[in-house]
Design a protein around this ligand. Structure first.
Ligand SMILES: [Zn+2]
Ligand SMILES: [Zn+2]
Length: 387
């Protein structure tokens, strides 16, 4: 398993540094204490949760050292014809993203609502995923962690990476208890941590050590690098965090963006888009959701940026596949409808029956649900088939 975690702020790396100076036990205690300082206990239920978390984290400390050493040997980058795919599962209102490398490594980022849990599990099994190298819980809202307990019970999980943001809900407690019972390695994700997922490299851009008050703003933000291509998975972060990330200039070479917070009005700020310049964006949201997600202004900002935008409420399950070359990527959707086809290497779109459409390299095929969607993404109609 190609996994390593580094970064001086990370719990594990921190523990390793501590170990060089003092004993392993002391290091683990410090990590646990740091957690307790971050999250003031306010109720017996929370105290119980914190105790569980502390126990899990003691396990983490012990496991840290073997993994860090193993990571050094796993530096093979992506090869020709290899890819990393991002499958945005159709879970209604909520996030559930399966990241899979062509060499067979899998990471799930969030698991939808509790009601969506069985659907997430069924889809994972259909896709042949019986083991997740990593499961990331971006933040403890129900539309992100609700389905994770079903996932944890159905497939094996190498490691859980969590924001560490505590939430007083039965869903959160159930999720944490399951991790504890199954004795799954558990780590807090912090900015500058990174690990390998097969040929991909995953870097955590946010949060930093001090968690924000706001639960959405505490979301783990991931950048998945594959050769020269990148994807950004942003949880439910708001404009303040996006602005901060834009200022860090950590958003270059982005091919794919998961629009933050289900395309809410305040997220996906112009400065963030200008920095990231994503070719494609995906909004995960439920049809007719009561929040009005995605907001028209957010969609307009994406159009202005000529970002091809897909929505799970309209397009069902969406898969975006990146290669090591940022110019070669593809995007397909479950509900193709009438459908138009283009290539990520050109700016022309076609009817599916057009000879030019048939000759598009599958690795570069981009599907549009409407003429408008193609035009918004900066594509013009083919002069031959005139779609
Ligand atoms: Zn959410
Ligand atoms: Zn949220």
């Amino acid at each position: 398993m190609g996994l390593a975690i580094s970064g001086h702020e990370h719990l594990r790396a921190h523990a390793l540094q501590e170990l060089q100076r003092t004993s392993q036990n002391t290091a683990c205690m410090k990590a646990t204490e740091r957690y307790r300082i971050d999250h003031t206990l306010v109720s017996p239920a929370l105290a119980r949760l914190a105790l569980r978390l502390a126990l899990i984290m003691l396990t983490v400390c012990v496991l840290a050292f073997a993994d860090l050493a193993a990571g050094e040997a796993m530096n093979a980058g992506p090869s020709v014809d290899s890819s990393v795919s991002f499958t945005f599962l159709d879970v209604g209102q909520g996030d559930a993203i399966l990241v899979s490398t062509s060499d067979g490594h899998h990471m799930l980022v969030d698991g939808g609502t509790r009601a969506a849990g069985p659907r997430v599990v069924a889809r994972l099994l259909e896709l042949g995923v019986e083991h997740l190298d990593v499961l990331v819980s971006t933040h403890p809202h129900e539309d992100h962690i609700g389905g994770l307990t079903d996932v944890l019970n159905a497939v094996t999980v190498g490691r859980v990476i969590d924001s560490g943001k505590v939430h007083t809900s039965a869903t959160y407690e159930r999720y944490l208890t399951t991790i504890d019972e199954k004795n799954i390695p558990f780590a807090l994700g912090r900015a500058n941590d990174w690990f390998r997922l097969g040929g991909a490299s995953v870097r955590i851009l946010w949060p930093t050590a001090a968690l924000p008050e706001d639960v959405n703003d505490a979301s783990i933000v991931l950048r998945v690098d594959y050769g020269e291509s990148s994807a950004l998975l942003t949880g439910d972060i708001g404009p303040g965090v996006e602005q901060y990330l834009a200022e860090q200039r950590a958003l270059s070479r982005v091919v794919l963006l998961k629009a933050a917070h289900h395309g809410s009005r305040r997220s996906t700020v112009p400065e963030f888009l200008r920095q990231a310049r994503p070719r494609a964006a995906v909004v995960q949201c439920g049809a007719g959701n009561s929040y009005g997600h995605p907001h028209n202004e957010t969609l307009a900002r994406l159009i202005l940026n000529q970002t091809l935008t897909y929505r799970t409420d309209q397009h069902g399950e969406i898969t975006v596949r990146l290669t090591a070359n940022p110019r070669i990527w593809s995007a397909t959707m479950e509900e193709r409808g009438a459908g138009y086809l283009g290539s990520s290497a050109s700016n022309v779109f076609h009817f599916t029956w057009c000879d030019s459409a048939k000759s598009i390299d599958p690795a570069r095929t981009v599907v549009f649900s409407s003429r408008l969607q193609a035009e918004d993404a900066g594509y013009r109609p083919c002069k031959v088939c005139q779609p």
